[in-house]
Write a protein that binds this ligand. Structure first.
Ligand SMILES: Cc1ncc(COP(=O)(O)O)c(C=O)c1O
Length: 462
């Protein structure tokens, strides 16, 4: 069912095989479980016409990353230590539980470009956004607006609206939504800066997705952060689609805060423990809660300085780090997969991953461009410039998008669908291959060719 050229052209299958052969990160794929197409379709109660043991074409790391092989053992180790040691596991487990969040601190800091004491692993993403807004959204009657992208992820939209409402403001008035120009899909940085200038005096917070979940656009972190800071507006980044995908330098950019999840590109399992960054200019504020210079935050015992935590007094003594925002003792079973995953990032390194990612995504784009029926059937919403995108390509499907997604699924492709008509595909440099991209394009090409034949032979029923 190959509809792409099978000759020696750059788009030939042999080209993909050769690109994989010279890929310096090639060995990392073997460190992951790659689901089998037959298993996925059988779980969905659907037939798979290929060989059931074929690996699926997994292009869905933007939604849920694959499981590293080492994760099972790491979780079982925690269970065994619990069985063997009970409460003594806090200090005598293989990875002691009391400082469980410490094991992921430095690797997480490396990934987001932060100082170690600026990051903390805790909670989940939307919870952390709220905790950050409890501190950084301090509205007044004159200045209470929050700027977000119009296509912000719904959870972020709900979070900012509820924060505005919590403070007594009408969300319809308080939320400023940034929209691309007519006919464009990506936001222009100049337009974002101009909007901040125009609304400046009203704006109490900017909260943007670092990589937009729908279009895959990477924001110009440095310019937008610098501009917000010149205007005196606190700025936070939702890095759900950015962390582990594109290089980040939160400390140098000077962002006030950032939050991310660990189940997408960080491969730590559904609902995994999330991460949070607070710039040290805030994290260093250890004034007691009642002090006039104290930073406003919600407090719990895990945010208390560990040196005094077990004195069990009623006075909160914030630790001089992002940990001051953590509330509860760390979830050790859930942190084990994060630890395993971040070790893989340390081994692969973000610069090497980014180099491969740029090549993989460009290759996928070239393949899609070369499909004869694609020009009529699809629009790629993601910017073409490598600096303005990570590994995700978002394809707006012009005719019967759900049917195309179902056909891809039935052929062993795992990618996702976002209303109303967007299919997102993300070749992830840690475990995807050039051959995965080639297989995807080959399957896509076959289905587009079949559906354009079906359309042209359909009676005109206008
Ligand atoms: C950009 C973005 N923000 C927020 C969320 C919500 O994440 P959580 O359910 O972990 O709070 C997601 C989930 O996919 C997301 O993509």
């Amino acid at each position: 069912m190959t509809a792409l050229p099978s000759d020696q052209s750059v788009l030939a299958e042999s080209r993909a095989v050769e690109l994989d052969r010279v890929d310096p990160l090639e060995g990392f794929r073997d460190l992951f479980h790659i689901p089998r197409a037959g298993d996925i379709l059988s779980a969905m109660g659907k037939p798979y016409l290929g060989n059931p043991s074929d690996p699926c074409v997994y292009l869905c790391g933007n939604s849920l990353g694959l499981m590293p092989r080492a994760t099972r053992e790491a979780v079982i180790q925690e269970l065994d230590d619990w069985a063997r040691l009970g409460v003594e596991g806090h200090f005598h487990a293989k990875h002691p539980w009391y400082p469980a969040h410490e094991f992921v601190r430095e690797p997480a800091a490396r990934l987001v470009g932060a100082l170690p004491h600026e990051v903390v692993a805790m909670n989940s993403l939307t919870v952390n956004l709220h905790l950050m807004m409890a501190t950084f959204y301090r509205p007044t009657s004159e200045r209470h607006a929050i700027v977000i992208e119009d296509s912000a992820f719904p959870s972020d939209s709900y979070a900012v609206q509820s924060q505005a409402a919590l403070h007594g403001f009408d969300p319809a008035d308080a939320i400023i939504r940034l929209r691309p120009r007519d006919g464009e899909h990506a936001l222009r940085t100049d337009d974002i800066l101009e909007a901040l200038d125009r609304h400046g005096r009203r704006v109490a917070l900017v909260l943007l997705g670092g990589v937009n979940y729908l279009t895959g656009q990477v924001m110009d972190f440095a310019r937008i952060t610098a501009h917000a800071r010149v205007l005196g507006i606190p700025i936070g980044w939702d890095l759900a689609h950015a962390v582990g995908n594109v290089p980040l330098a939160l400390h140098d950019w000077g962002a006030d805060f950032a939050c991310w999840c660990s189940y997408k590109y960080l491969n730590s399992g559904a609902g995994a423990v999330a991460g949070c960054f607070v710039h040290e200019r805030h994290a260093a504020n250890t004034a007691p809660l009642h002090h006039p210079g104290a930073i406003k935050r919600l407090a719990g015992w895990w945010g208390n300085d560990p040196a005094t935590r077990f004195r069990m007094t009623s006075d909160f003594v914030p630790v001089a780090s992002a940990d001051a925002w953590s509330l509860s003792n760390p979830p050790v079973l859930a942190l084990a997969p994060v630890r395993v995953s971040l070790e893989l990032f340390d081994r692969a390194t973000m610069p090497a991953l980014r180099r491969k990612s740029e090549r993989l995504t460009a290759y996928l784009q070239d393949l899609i461009d070369a499909i004869p029926a694609a020009a009529r059937a699809l629009r790629v919403l993601t910017p073409r410039e490598p600096a303005a995108r990570g590994c995700q390509l978002s394809l707006a499907v012009l005719d019967r998008p759900r049917e195309l997604h179902a056909a891809l699924t039935a052929s062993g492709v795992v990618c996702d669908f976002r209303e109303p008509n967007v299919i997102r595909v993300a070749p992830v440099p840690l475990y995807n291959t050039f051959h995965d991209c080639w297989r995807f394009a080959s399957i896509l090409s076959t289905h587009l060719a079949a559906s354009s034949t079906a359309v042209s032979s359909r009676p005109n029923v206008q």
